[in-house]
Ligand binder design. Structure first.
Ligand code: CTP
Ligand code: MG
Length: 179
């Protein structure tokens, strides 16, 4: 059962992270966060796929979902305590910090892609799907107990969810390729 509790704690943490990482994709902002500036290698710092609007919407979405989890916490955590574990105490403030870390990880991912000459939007399997979890976990460790099992679950679960959504998007013809 312990592993199930680790998974529930990880899913609780993933909610604000998915919000922060997912909402920017919906707004598709216009103002690039690097203001179209290039790095010393002549290539863009982050590229047109990372915008200020996206960053702000991501943070706001993370705070909003953090707020919902904060309201739900007493009820859900009392159930958890009944089973002998505790949920991570997410509130709007630490959700803001988590979202900021997640979006910064996403920026670092783009920074790396530009340095190895991958165009904006080019696929970088694993890196694309997990950069935000890596960075959010590093900062999240400051206020939450994130175990190795929770971390591994967040990474593997996210890769699987990403694969499944892409296959579904392909089947309903939203995407032309199933990856
Ligand atoms: N997006 C945004 N602002 C952000 C992050 C994402 O506006 N901070 C939007 C952009 O329209 C972006 C889309 O969400 O194209 C998908 O995000 P992502 O896959 O992370 O960016 P890519 O376009 O693939 O760019 P990169 O190659 O740099 O990852
Ligand atoms: Mg992409």
């Amino acid at each position: 059962m312990d592993i199930l509790y680790e998974i529930i704690k990880a899913l609780w943490l993933l909610i604000p992270l998915y919000a922060a990482n997912g909402f920017p994709v919906l707004v598709k902002g216009k103002v690039p966060i690097d203001f179209k500036k290039t790095w010393s290698d002549g290539k863009r710092i982050f590229g047109d796929g990372k915008t200020i609007e996206g960053f702000i919407i991501g943070i706001l979405a993370g705070i909003f979902y953090g707020g919902i989890l904060w309201i739900l916490y007493p009820k859900f955590n009392s159930i958890a305590i009944y089973y002998g574990f505790e949920l991570p105490y997410i509130n709007p403030l630490n959700a803001l910090i988590l979202s900021f870390s997640a979006l910064s990880g996403d920026l670092i991912g783009s920074f790396i892609k530009r340095r190895i000459s991958l165009e904006r939007g080019a696929d970088a399997p694993i890196l694309d799907q997990t950069n935000f979890i890596l960075s959010a976990t590093m900062i999240g460790l400051l206020f939450f107990k994130i175990t190795v099992i929770m971390f591994l679950f967040m990474i593997i679960f996210t890769i699987i969810v990403h694969r499944i959504t892409n296959i579904i998007s392909y089947l309903i013809k939203l995407k032309s390729v199933p990856w």
